[in-house]
Design a protein around this ligand. Structure first.
Ligand code: ATP
Ligand code: MG
Length: 366
């Protein structure tokens, strides 16, 4: 798994029978050059086909290498022969689920042929595009996995993943009710970009820098006016919408006296408020809330979620449900690969808006 934050490649070795078990896990930093090349391809530019072709292979070699490293690090316990399959998300370089009047598409790169060849392991990849072909958003795909491992018949639950973007899964205790899941907007991506621009850091550890600033009401209001936030579901988003150019436009339109730490605090508030607004709008504000993704480590952000949802039964991390918040997304893509190999559907039509459930993913033999 390599998400929109471009922080790392997360690799897990998991098994699902008789129950979910995590055998090994590691995060491998993305080399600076690859990160730069991905960011270049995340917006339109010159010579894109050449750059894409090149990066498709570099990423694939990196992904295969990360899988092999995980196996060798778990020395004695794991060998290539133990691994049934790699579930490969790929690196998103463009996500256009509402591209009207042109065609919708979503592009994840990191050539699965190369991953299978270099690793010697069967690889399942390209999960999003069948859902898009069936009229869906292609995202998020994790809700079906969340429903599979985190559902409780005793209480409503919300699973909140705070990665580059934030996405929520609403799990009604009554499983006759529809499963819902969608992107709420930015998770960490704007905070990461802003602290990088002003302090050269990759992220704001614990939200400490944000905590030294104050909320800028006019800026927050301006950002909240973006139509995405009031758009009805299904919805999903990416760097195409939430980036520094969008933020800078909003900054030009406000008269606030701008200290960079105040902007950081406001961006954190934007993530918290947009997440909680959606939870309230869908009548899940009294549910149990479990957080995963890197944002689960941002103490100020978690504190704001607790304050904005005072009636929530619990606001805690998925560790309380026996899955460490850092490995939920990667585990989800292993589960998606397993669904493919078992010939089972893994999208949820109520989540993505697809015409129906589909078997997702393509299989590349070892
Ligand atoms: N200690 C911490 N304090 C604050 N933020 C943190 C901390 N650790 C990680 N993060 C944030 O989490 C981000 C990485 O989260 P994660 O890997 O879940 O996102 P992602 O790669 O975009 O994944 P996905 O797209 O699957 O959601 C970092 O970029 C950073 O912003
Ligand atoms: Mg990540």
């Amino acid at each position: 798994m390599s998400g929109t934050s471009l922080d790392a490649v997360d690799v897990v070795a998991v098994s699902f029978e008789p129950q979910l078990q995590l055998h090994a896990q590691a995060s491998f930093e993305l080399p600076e050059q690859i990160k730069e090349d991905v960011l270049t391809l995340c917006s339109s530019g010159d010579d894109e086909i050449e750059k894409l072709g090149h990066l498709d292979i570099s990423l694939a070699k990196l992904f295969a290498d990360c899988c092999l490293k995980l196996i060798s690090q778990a020395s004695g316990n794991l060998s290539v022969d133990d691994i049934v399959a790699i579930g490969l998300h790929g690196q998103t370089i463009r996500h256009r689920p509402n591209n009207w009047p042109k065609n919708n598409f979503s592009l994840q790169i990191g050539d699965a042929n190369t991953v299978a060849e270099e690793s010697g392991i069967l690889t399942v990849a390209d999960f999003r595009r069948r859902d898009i072909a069936a009229g869906g958003q292609g995202a998020p795909l994790v809700p079906a996995f969340h429903a599979n491992v985190f559902h409780s018949a005793a209480s409503n639950r919300v699973i909140l993943n705070i990665g580059g973007m934030a996405n929520i899964t609403l799990l009604p205790a009554d499983s006759q009710q529809p499963l819902l899941g969608f992107d709420t907007g930015p998770g960490n991506v704007l905070m990461d970009a802003w602290i990088h621009q002003h302090r050269g850091l990759a992220y704001d550890a614990n939200g400490d820098w944000a905590n030294s600033g104050k909320i800028l009401p006019a800026l927050l209001q301006q950002l909240l006016e973006l139509p995405f936030f009031s758009q009805s579901i299904p919805k999903s988003t990416g760097r195409e919408q939430f980036n520094l150019i969008w933020l800078e436009q909003a900054l030009l339109n406000t008269n606030d006296n701008l200290c960079p730490e105040d902007v950081q605090r406001t961006l954190l508030e934007l993530s918290a408020v947009t997440i909680c607004n959606e939870i309230e709008k869908h009548q899940f504000s009294k549910a149990e809330l479990y957080v995963c993704g890197g944002g689960a480590h941002n103490q100020l952000l978690i504190q704001r979620l607790q304050q904005l949802l005072p009636n929530a039964k619990a606001v805690t991390s998925t560790a309380a449900l026996h899955l460490d918040p850092d490995w939920v997304e990667a585990t989800a893509f292993a589960w998606l690969a397993r669904q493919t190999l078992l010939g089972l559907c893994s999208n949820s039509a109520t989540v993505t808006g697809a015409r129906g459930e589909r078997i997702l993913g393509a299989i590349f033999q070892a």
